[in-house]
Structures are given as structure tokens and as C-alpha cells.
Design a protein around this ligand. Structure first.
Ligand SMILES: *Cc1c(COP(=O)(O)O)cnc(C)c1O
Length: 338
């Protein structure tokens, strides 16, 4: 459909979470491991970057720019994707340069990216200056949007939904004998729950459900935005994905469900709920979540299960979107260990 570079390890596994399901006494829980997409610690941006980086190369770019927070997973994966494509990455990060770069920021530098610091208000101007500078240097820059969330990036999650459908479709009877205890039960889940922020992942999943006419619901746990701000963006992006792919499907707007109840003290501030979720997944399932996105989304999921949002006979899939390097950021150490 669109040019694609292949650097993700796909399909990512779908696994059962039996101990977590039992401990919470709710629905059957599954997890889709997009923390294992394989590019420099993986995450959801890797899927998006397969299309974005291919588009950059199609346009003969020799430098990509993008922007994000100090511990941006998107920027770290962009730096790695640029390395794989053999071109320069310029990252415009919002914040003050810390004395000791840790976690994603350390990786950005190992991956050869050039890091430029700015504040929130100066972000657009800093990007523009870098673009002009690159052109003046005789280079051909390509701007990757915030979070990798334009129609191309979001399209990757339409493909992700196809991948899930293929994985959980009716099992091949011949393969049944080899099914181990970790093999997920056949059939799509009733719900998918995941962290949502710039909305590209949610838009792609929503477009996929409409396009493939699937019978399931998805709930984005907002990490930073109010649902009234985010919902129209997700709808607009999902519409663009369907348009650009020439899909005849109509987007069902009621599919776009967002909870903004779990934003706590704000973006990247890890609270008790996130710590509890991170510990619970780690201790019961040996799965690592991150302090900013998946820890928050899992905290939302755990709370919703406790509130009885899901029926006991339902299946709920937590789509792990990555971010685990942020566990090693200095700012979280004390709270993770108390
Ligand atoms: C970027 C990111 C998200 C949010 O994805 P969007 O497509 O921007 O909504 C969720 N989890 C992690 C770990 C991320 O890095």
C-alpha cells in the first residue's frame, strides 16, 4: 500500500496473563507485546517509522527531524530508524539538558542523533531553524511529526490490527497439537486497552476495526490530553487513514473511546498508581512496563477491572506500546524502589 522499510520484528507475540487475570479476578487478560518490536528496545513508534522512514527515503531525504519530550521514546526510535536508513537524525527535545543523560536520552546519543534543546514555546521555531540550517548545509531534511502521528504513521496500526486478527483467527487444526500453555485462545478479544497520547496508534487501530469490520471495542487511556481535545484528532486521523487507503469503510465514531481519568499529576509524573501497576505486571508476569505510558495505561486497566467495567467471561487485551527504557531514567529510581 505505502512504501515500507522493514526493521520491526513482526508479528509481536500475543500472550496470556494468567497470574494477573487471577489476581484481579476479572476478565481473561492477554497482552500484545509491541515492547518487542525489536528496534533499539522497541515500542509502538517502530511500526510507524517503517512507513515514515520509507517515505523520507522516497523523497530522497538525507536527514530526518522530529521532536518530543526529554525522555521521548519516539525520538529514541527515530534515532535508531535513521541509523538503519543510513541518514542523520536531529531531535528537538523540550527541556533542559541534564548533567548526566540517562535512559532514552543516553540512547539518543549512542544512536548518533544530534540533540537540540528548546522550551515548549520555542519548539516550532527551533524545528524551523534546524530545517533551514540543514537546507543551508545542502541537505534534504524530512520532518517526522510529533509522535509519528500523521496518516502514514497511523496506517501502521491499521496493519497492526490486521496482524492481531491473523494471530487470533480460528486456529489451524493441524497446529493445535503444538499449542503450549502460552498460546492465546482463538478469537479476537472483546476489548483492547492501551496508552494513547498523540493519537496515531488509536487512529490506526480504529481505522483497522472499521476497515476489517471487526467486532471489538478499544479504549485509549490518555496519558496527557483531555478526551475532548484528543478525540477529534483521533477521528480526523482515522478518517485520513481510511481515505488514503481508499477504504470504502465508514468510520464509526462511537469506536473512539478515551478515558482521561488517569492522568494523575500530569505528563511523565509517576504516581502511586503507576508504581503499583509496574510492580504488579513485573511480579506476577515478569513483564516490564514504563513509568510514563504503559504504567499509566495499566493502572487505568487495573482500576477499571476493579470497578467491574468488564464481564468475567470477556477477554481484554492490553496492547503494550513500549517505553521501557524510561524505567532507567534517574528521576524515577527512588519512587520505583520504595
Ligand atoms: C508514543 C507512545 C504512546 C502513545 O502513542 P500515540 O500513537 O502517540 O498515541 C504510548 N506508549 C508509548 C510507550 C509511547 O512511546
Amino acid at each position: 500500500m505505502f512504501p515500507r522499510m522493514k526493521f520491526a520484528v513482526l508479528p509481536t507475540p500475543v500472550q496470556r496473563l494468567p497470574r494477573l487475570s487471577e489476581a484481579l479476578g476479572g476478565p481473561e487478560l492477554l497482552i500484545k507485546r509491541d515492547d518487542l518490536t525489536g528496534l533499539a528496545f522497541g515500542g509502538n513508534k517502530t511500526r510507524k517509522l517503517e512507513y515514515l522512514m520509507a517515505d523520507a527515503l522516497t523523497q530522497r531525504a538525507d536527514l530526518v527531524l522530529t521532536t518530543g519530550a526529554l525522555q521521548s521514546n519516539h525520538c529514541r526510535q527515530t534515532a535508531a530508524a535513521a541509523a538503519r536508513a543510513g541518514i542523520q537524525a536531529v531531535l528537538v527535545l523540550v527541556g533542559d539538558p541534564p548533567a548526566d543523560p540517562s535512559a532514552n536520552l543516553l540512547l539518543d546519543q549512542l544512536l548518533g542523533a544530534k540533540v537540540i534543546w528548546t522550551d515548549q514555546a520555542g519548539r516550532e521555531q527551533a524545528l524551523e531553524e534546524q530545517i533551514q540550517q540543514a537546507k543551508a548545509d545542502g541537505r534534504k531534511p524530512y520532518l517526522i511529526p510529533y509522535g509519528g502521528s500523521n496518516y502514514l504513521g497511523a496506517y501502521a496500526y491499521l496493519e497492526g490490527m490486521r496482524e492481531l486478527q491473523a494471530q487470533l483467527g480460528e486456529p489451524d487444526p493441524a497446529a493445535e497439537d503444538e499449542a503450549g500453555p502460552d498460546r492465546p485462545p482463538a478469537g479476537l478479544p472483546d476489548w483492547i486497552v492501551f496508552a494513547t497520547s498523540s493519537g496515531g496508534t488509536q487512529a490506526g487501530l480504529t481505522a483497522g476495526i472499521s476497515n476489517q469490520d471487526l467486532n471489538l471495542r478499544i479504549l485509549g487511556i490518555s496519558v496527557d490530553e483531555s478526551q475532548s481535545a484528543l478525540k477529534p484528532r483521533v477521528i480526523d486521523l482515522a478518517d485520513q487513514v481510511l481515505d488514503r487507503t481508499g477504504s470504502a469503510a465508514n468510520l464509526d465514531h462511537s469506536l473512539v473511546e478515551i478515558s482521561d481519568q488517569y492522568r494523575g499529576e500530569g505528563y511523565a509524573v509517576m504516581g502511586e498508581q503507576e508504581v503499583e501497576a509496574i510492580r504488579t505486571f513485573a511480579e506476577l508476569e515478569g513483564i516490564l512496563l514504563d513509568p510514563v505510558y504503559t504504567g499509566r495505561a495499566a493502572a487505568g486497566l487495573i482500576d477499571l477491572i476493579r470497578q467491574g467495567k468488564f464481564e468475567p467471561e470477556q477477554k481484554v487485551l492490553f496492547w503494550h506500546t513500549g517505553g521501557t527504557p524510561a524505567l532507567f531514567a534517574d528521576v524515577y529510581q527512588d519512587d520505583l524502589l520504595t
